[in-house]
Design a protein around this ligand. Sequence first.
Ligand code: AMP
Length: 404
Amino acid sequence: MKVLVVNSGSSSIKYRLFDMDNESLLAKGLVERIGIHDSLMNHYPTGKEPMRKEVDIPDHRKGIELVIDALLDKKFGVIEDISEISAIGHRVVHGGEKYSGSVLFNDDVLKILEEYTELAPLHNPPNILGIKVCQELLPKAPQVCVFDTAFHQTIPEYAYLYGLPYQYYEKYRVRRYGFHGTSHKYVALKAAEILGRNLNELKVITCHLGNGSSITAIKDGISVDTSLGFGTISGVIMGTRCGDIDPAVIPFLMKKENLSYEEMNDILYKKSGFIGLSEGISSDKRDLEIKAEEGDEKARRTLDVLYYGIKKFIGAYTAAMNGLDALVFTAGIGENSPRLRKKICAELSFFGIEIDELKNNIKGKTSIISKDNSKVKVLVVTTNEELMIARDTLEICNHMKNNI
Ligand code: AMP
């Protein structure tokens, strides 16, 4: 059975086609700059030459049409007929409190997702648009929604409530939701598999460190706390997002600098983190590492804040779970920065974390990097959110079949 995975953003569509009989990747690609000038598509069929198309892509409909054409293409395609795509799995960022797992898309789900656009105004509308276009172009294929927030719906009340008047939770559902759930779940399951253990009996901390970052505590197979919250700016500092700050800073700055709601949001989401603390050096961790090695103080202090922040979460979540069996690093930074992993783990021997410098010297590979006698196992796991989405899609389709 072939499953197409679609991640539809405001101006881009990422896709992957899997053959779920053996979980192999048949093709992947990216449509970029939808609705903007210089739009393009890059298509990478497995075992074949890649294809690049620079064409006008005014909207998502045209974008998805191009994806289908590429998959069917005589030279660059990987299927012969559109009916070979049995189902489509969509990444949907916000499933609110309603969804603790993936669901089959229908009109009722659409209504709920539309309600949640208020909670994820930048993400849910393009996600919904992608589903609607796929439904129109592939009407026979079931569409499945896989939510970033779903895995974190197990977080207990004492960890998801903020210390605000309770009426704001009741009125607006202001609470911690958490994101990157599909990635946290995938890498935790993979880590357990590598360790030959059952995730249900482990205490794991997963560090998804990329352009956006979050750290999650997973106990007995479920998420019990996570560093992102209501929005996507809390926790550790990120490329352009501020991470945890004292909320008192926000009204103070708004008053002092006469900032509007939009301007303040812009500072918190787009002008802070690596780019803000380094005074504009870069939002990319690689650039900061190079600069820091050259002795740049701004880059050094930014990285110091990052390392310290991650370390604090590891400590806090070890306490929250009353122990730790495995620490997992993933995503762009987590997978590719031996230096970051070394810096963080260097001062965690108190917790029984001992990494092996030689084993740690890897980039973009899945492996155990702790010493053989380390009480806590430390792993790098390359994330694969798309495969996780395809697995959930397959499961829901099988469930449908069995209930017919
Ligand atoms: P992501 O959002 O998961 O794509 O991660 C983006 C972040 O990963 C950026 O800050 C990059 O600097 C970092 N990154 C990606 N590749 C590497 C690499 N080879 N070495 C160090 N950092 C990397």
